[in-house]
Design a protein around this ligand. Structure first.
Ligand code: FAD
Length: 480
């Protein structure tokens, strides 16, 4: 039976309050509850779903209660960590959202250089707590992104070339399975589950906490972006191709092609000008970092050079205001075979053709420690890729309609033009809602997908957790 929503009589109201009431200490938000409309919103304002019930958990026991409750009633389940997935998989229509947004605590063991992080934490939370000890692990490049979804898909960030993907730093996870049981996954406990959690997304259970390895980082690092005018894009990308190929592992970099964001640290006369930026973060001494970025800063005539010694945690939050909650987003992404002159020409031709000044493309430089981890030791498939690109169409809530159609068409055209330059694969966390199951397979490749499907059949044979980039259990097909 699947619950259906009516605005007058929320079907779960009496049931959820009674049955969850005893075993659930968190907040239960029903369509009539104050706060429901805020709680059902995710980062992408284009997502507008109405769950029958949002179970805002306070801890592991609440997650167990919520999973069991939803299963007993055969309700759809969506799991929410940071709520950032562009496809809006953290929220469903009609069913139960298992919402971990109140579970954001961290416990750092500075001597052992590890941290336990709850499943609803954001990267800004983790950087804040770990940097108090001069430590960090690879996290996303925007502070308000969720730890859980990012980690379970792989985890790209400025530290990855030195310290590996986020999953390469994952030591253990506490998981509530589809049965409502509690298991610990690590190299020694449920190693098959541990393998699958490192790249396979939210398919295998609800992760209530993660244990990460930490590394000394900063607290002051050489970091920041350098901007050049959009007309210089091809030249900057050719320089960057060689710069990146020779970069030490300590140097993480991300290219951003779009306009200069209107941030207070940037002179106002540059705001919204079409521009390419190379953002760097050097995971080593400031002096070594200065040397590592020197060639980049000397190149051409930058519009503005913000590379400077900076607190790592502050740098990590520097982009937060450029991708606000509630704006509307649509993404297209692919791994790139390399930055050939032809690929650069395509990027330069398309990157500035969006109509919204908020739309942009970002390109992550991979390699380093990411590529050295044995490829079958985790479920992440893109380890031998040099770059991957995400095309991010953005428009404001009151610009829906024609404007939205133009931005999404731009993103699709851009991806299409990159077709000859694509490497196999795509990062699963960059897939949007119109990326179908064939793109999920593309993200993993056949061999990893098959192995994930076998683990799925062991831990979630009924595909209870399917509101995600879904791995179908090997022996099961959910009715359409
Ligand atoms: C502004 C922005 C910046 C980004 N930057 C980066 C980046 O630098 N590097 C990078 O790798 N990715 C980045 N991403 C992509 C990011 O990895 C995904 O959007 C990811 O899904 C975000 O995780 P979340 O917890 O916020 O997601 P949610 O939307 O909360 O969840 C997404 C899915 O993850 C699963 N999930 C969430 N929480 C849990 C849990 N506790 N247990 C089990 N499953 C769970 C569920 O299947 C859920 O549907 C960025 C995204 C945005 C919007």
């Amino acid at each position: 039976m699947t619950a259906t929503r009516t605005s007058q009589t929320p079907p779960l109201e009496p049931i959820a309050s009674d049955e969850l009431g005893g075993s659930f200490r968190g907040e239960l938000l029903l369509p009539t509850s104050p706060g429901y409309d805020t709680a059902r919103r995710v980062w992408n304002g284009a997502i507008d779903r109405h769950p029958a019930c949002i179970a805002r958990c306070t801890g592991l026991a609440d997650v167990v209660a919520a999973v069991r409750f939803a299963r007993e009633r055969d309700l759809e389940i969506a799991v929410r960590g940071g709520g950032h997935n562009v496809a809006g998989t953290a929220v469903c229509d009609d069913g139960v959202v298992i919402d971990l947004s109140a579970m954001r605590a961290e416990w750092v063991d500075p001597a052992g250089r590890t941290a336990w992080v709850q499943g609803g934490a954001l990267w800004g939370d983790v950087d804040h707590e770990t940097q108090a000890h001069g430590l960090a692990t690879t996290g996303g490049i925007v502070g308000h992104t969720g730890v859980a979804g990012l980690t379970l898909g792989g985890g790209l960030g400025f530290l990855m070339r030195k310290h590996g993907l986020t999953i390469d730093n994952l030591l253990a996870a506490e998981v509530v399975t589809a049965e409502g049981s509690i298991v610990r996954a690590s190299a020694d406990e449920h190693p098959d589950l541990f393998w699958a959690l490192r790249g396979g997304g939210g398919n295998f259970g609800v992760v209530t906490s993660f244990r990460f390895a930490l590394h000394p980082v900063g607290p002051t690092v050489m970091a920041g972006p350098v901007f050049w005018a959009a007309d210089d894009t091809a030249d900057v990308l050719r320089l960057y191709r060689d710069f990146a190929a020779e970069a030490p592992d300590e140097l993480g970099s991300v290219i951003r092609l779009g306009t200069v964001p209107p941030l207070a640290v940037i002179p106002a006369d540059l705001h919204w000008r079409p521009a390419i930026a190379v953002a760097c973060c050097y995971a080593g001494s400031v002096e070594d970092g200065e040397r590592a970025v020197a060639a980049l800063r000397r190149f051409g005539t930058p519009l503005v050079d913000l590379l400077a010694p900076a607190p790592y945690a502050a740098f990590q939050g520097g982009l937060d205001a450029t991708v606000l909650h509630g704006w509307h987003y649509y993404w297209k992404a692919t791994n790139l075979a390399g930055l050939s002159d032809d690929a650069i020409a395509v990027i330069a031709d398309h990157a500035y053709a969006a109509s919204s000044p908020r739309s942009y493309a970002a390109m992550f430089h991979m390699g380093g420690a990411v590529a050295r981890v044995p490829h079958d030791s985790t479920a992440y498939a893109g380890r031998d890729v040099a770059h991957n690109i995400i095309i991010d169409a953005v428009w404001l809530p009151d610009e829906s309609g024609e404007h939205a159609a133009a931005e999404t068409a731009w993103a699709r055209r851009f991806l299409q033009a990159l077709q000859p330059h694509r490497a196999g694969g795509v990062y699963v966390n960059f897939l949007d809602s119109d990326d179908d199951s064939s793109r999920v397979r593309e993200a993993y490749g056949d061999r990893i997908y098959r192995r994930l499907a076998e683990v799925k059949a062991r831990y979630d044979p009924d595909n209870v957790f399917h509101h995600n980039k879904n791995i179908q259990p090997s022996s099961y097909r959910r009715p359409a």
